[in-house]
Design a protein around this ligand. Structure first.
Ligand SMILES: [Fe+2]
Length: 290
């Protein structure tokens, strides 16, 4: 295989890196090792542009990161278009002629979140490849959860030190109650996983804030109104514009992010525009406290 000369260009001071000179379809093990290390070193976010990939190419590259986390068969995640590639979730607003939803998430905003923190074991990496994108809207934003905890005022950090948060399973990143669950309105009763709020990264050991999604979150050992107040303060700190970086997609772009290190967000786009993305996920461990 061809030896690539890869160049790494940071996306933002403390978050993310673009790997240039990469050909995902023809990558030797040594190049992958370099890419993986750069991904870890730059806070778990990597951009690779100008790729022309088919599902098998994305799959082969994804498998280098670890075991594929198979999509769960919910109504919106099941993809009848690609029965031969059950490892993928298609993120799209497309509908069939009779109005059937043909992918996940529609065209609305997807609020800041980490993927699937409502499970005991959360996906380590999410890999998103763009096939078709609108000329405006649909940008994906990222926030460093390492930076969020490292810059948190001490008195705020103290309030969540050693605390465990309940991560709501009922609502998706667009805010809807997913069809597998009945609507829940009390965050204390919502089904979902419990995770430490300050975690130790499974590979680098660096501390990170893990807060999943804001709606219906609950911090154990606090009264509900106190939990709400602290969560609002934590979210106001963690989601400051100065910590974020947004990507305006071009077809052929790939982003790889680490759910133990970043949160992400998607801007809405016009429902007359086509946006088609393919996503794989890599299995991860249960988060442990820092
Ligand atoms: Fe997501």
């Amino acid at each position: 295989m061809a030896k690539a000369k890869v160049e790494f260009v940071p996306l933002k001071d403390s978050l993310g890196v673009e790997a240039r000179g990469v050909d995902i379809k023809n990558m030797d093990d040594e190049t992958f090792k370099t890419i993986y290390q750069a991904w870890l070193d730059h806070g778990g976010l990597m951009l690779i542009r100008e790729q022309e990939l088919e599902c098998p190419d994305i799959l082969k590259f994804s498998e280098r990161f670890g075991e594929i986390d198979m999509p769960r068969k919910t109504r919106i995640d099941h993809d009848p278009w690609m029965p031969q590639f059950p490892q993928f979730i298609r993120i799209t607003d497309l509908k069939s002629e009779d109005g059937e939803v043909l992918g996940a998430l529609g065209n609305g905003e997807a609020y800041w979140h980490s993927d699937m923190t409502y499970l005991d074991e959360i996906p380590r990496a999410s890999i998103l490849y763009s096939c078709e994108v609108p000329d405006e809207g649909g940008e994906t934003g990222f926030l460093s959860m390492h930076e969020a905890i490292e810059t948190m005022p001490a008195e705020l950090r103290q309030k969540i030190e050693g605390k465990v948060q309940l991560h709501d399973h009922v609502h998706n990143a667009a805010g809807w109650a997913t069809p597998n669950w009945e609507e829940q309105t009390d965050p204390r009763d919502t089904p979902g996983a419990r995770h430490p709020m300050i975690i130790k990264h499974p590979e680098t050991g660096r501390a990170a804030l893990l807060i999943g999604r804001r709606p219906y979150a609950y911090i154990h050992d606090y009264e509900l109104d106190e939990s709400e107040k602290i969560l609002d303060e934590i979210w106001a700190h963690a989601t400051q514009e100065k910590f974020s970086w947004h990507h305006a997609w071009e077809p052929g772009d790939m982003l790889i992010w680490d759910n133990f290190a970043v949160m992400h967000h998607r801007n809405p786009f016009k429902d007359t525009k086509r946006r088609v993305m393919l996503r794989t996920q890599i299995k991860g461990p249960r988060p442990i406290a820092a």
